[in-house]
Ligand binder design. Structure first.
Ligand SMILES: NC(=O)c1ccc[n+]([C@@H]2O[C@H](COP(=O)([O-])OP(=O)(O)OC[C@H]3O[C@@H](n4cnc5c(N)ncnc54)[C@H](OP(=O)(O)O)[C@@H]3O)[C@@H](O)[C@H]2O)c1
Length: 296
C-alpha cells in the first residue's frame, strides 16, 4: 500500500494532480484542507489544515501520524501556495502571510514528517520560476529572511515578495536533499509548474479573470517563442507533470533537484544562483527552525 500526503489539493494544479493520484491502485491519500467548501475526489481522506497557523500545521501532522500508526509516507506533496494582495497580512503567529503559508508552514510540515517518511520515498515541493531573476526579472537577487517574516515599508512587494518565498521553497528542498537523501534514499524535488492560467493563485476564477486569461493566452503564446516563461499552461498539464514527478513516471537526472515545466515539457535546469548558495540554505534552515520552535 502506498501513502500520499498532500497540501494544496483543493484547487488549480494540486486538484489536477490529486485526480491522477486517486486513479493509482493501492494508494491511501490524505489531504489537508482549510475549509469544507470543496468537493473532494472520492478515495481521499480529508483532514483540517490551515497553513496560516503553525498550531494547525502541528495538529495536522499529529492527526496524520495517528492515522499512519506504524505506516510510513511514500509521497509528501507540499503544493499549497498563495500570493497575498499585500505584505501587511499576518499569519496566526504574526509572520507575514505569504511567507508563513508558502515557506514556514511547509518547512515545519517537512520537518515533522521526516521521521515518518518511508525508505525510497519522495518529497515534492512546488516552487516557481519566479524565484529566479535570470528567468523572471523581478525574481529575488538577495534574500533577507527577517524582512520576509516581518516586512517593512522598504521590503519587496507583490510578485517580488512572492518570488522570494518560492526561493525559500527551493532552498528548503536543497537542504532536505542534503540532510536526508543519503540516509533513507528520500528523493526531494522542487517543481516549477510555470505560469498556469486557470488556477486561483491570482484570485478566484471569476468570469472577468477567465476573459482576461483567454485574451492574453494567445499573446503570451507568441511571446513564449522568445521568452519561454511567458507560455501559459493549464492546471491540467501542470498537475499531470506534478503527479508524474511524484510517482516517479518521470525521473530527475542524477544529482538534480529542480524540475521546471517549460512550454508544457518537464526540463531540469539549474535553479537560480541564490538557490544553490549553501550558506543561505543553512541560514534559512536555522532561522526557520527558530521561527517554528524546532531545534536546528
Ligand atoms: N499558477 C501559477 O501560475 C503558478 C506558477 C508557479 C508556481 N505556482 C505554485 O503552484 C502551487 C499551486 O498554486 P495554484 O496556482 O494551483 O493556485 P490555487 O488554485 O490558488 O491553489 C492553491 C492551493 O493552496 C491551498 N491553500 C492556500 N492557502 C492555504 C492555507 N492557508 N491552508 C491550507 N491550504 C491553503 C488552496 O486551498 P483553498 O482551495 O482553500 O484556497 C489551494 O488548494 C503554489 O505553490 C503556487 O505558488 C503557481
Amino acid at each position: 500500500m502506498r501513502t500520499i500526503v498532500m497540501t494544496g489539493a483543493t484547487s488549480g494544479i494540486g486538484a489536477a494532480a490529486l485526480k491522477h493520484f486517486t486513479e493509482l491502485p493501492d494508494t491511501n491519500i490524505f489531504i489537508g484542507v482549510r475549509s469544507n467548501k470543496h468537493d473532494v475526489q472520492p478515495g481521499t481522506q480529508v483532514l483540517p489544515l490551515d497553513l496560516s497557523s503553525l498550531k494547525s500545521v502541528r495538529a495536522f501532522a499529529d492527526s496524520i501520524k495517528q492515522h499512519l500508526g506504524d505506516g510510513k509516507i511514500n509521497i509528501l506533496v507540499l503544493n499549497a501556495g498563495i500570493k497575498a494582495t499585500d505584505n501587511k497580512q499576518l499569519s496566526e503567529e504574526g509572520f507575514e502571510l505569504t511567507f508563513a503559508t508558502n515557506h514556514l508552514a511547509h518547512y515545519l510540515l517537512a520537518r515533522l514528517f521526516l521521521p515518518n517518511m518511508a525508505r525510497d520515498s519522495k518529497i515534492v515541493i512546488t516552487t516557481s520560476d519566479a524565484h529566479d531573476p535570470a528567468v523572471i526579472p523581478f525574481g529575488p537577487k538577495t534574500l533577507n529572511i527577517a524582512e520576509l517574516a516581518y516586512p517593512t515599508e522598504n521590503s519587496p512587494k507583490g510578485m517580488a515578495f512572492y518570488g522570494a518565498t518560492k526561493l525559500c521553497n527551493l532552498l528548503t528542498a536543497n537542504a532536505l536533499k542534503l540532510k536526508v537523501e543519503a540516509e533513507r534514499n528520500i528523493s526531494v524535488i522542487a517543481f516549477n509548474p510555470g505560469l498556469t492560467g486557470d488556477t486561483s493563485l491570482m484570485g478566484k476564477q471569476s468570469v472577468p479573470l477567465k476573459l482576461i486569461v483567454s485574451i492574453i493566452r494567445p499573446l503570451f503564446y507568441m511571446i513564449s517563442f522568445f521568452k519561454p516563461a511567458f507560455f501559459m499552461g493549464t492546471a491540467k498539464r501542470s498537475g499531470e507533470a506534478l503527479s508524474e514527478l511524484a510517482i516517479g513516471e518521470v525521473a530527475l537526472p542524477e544529482g538534480s533537484i529542480y524540475a521546471s515545466l517549460v512550454r508544457g515539457k518537464l526540463t531540469f535546469p539549474n535553479p537560480s544562483q541564490l538557490a544553490q548558495n549553501n550558506d543561505l540554505m543553512n541560514l534559512l534552515w536555522k532561522e526557520s527552525a527558530t521561527m517554528v520552535g524546532l531545534p536546528e
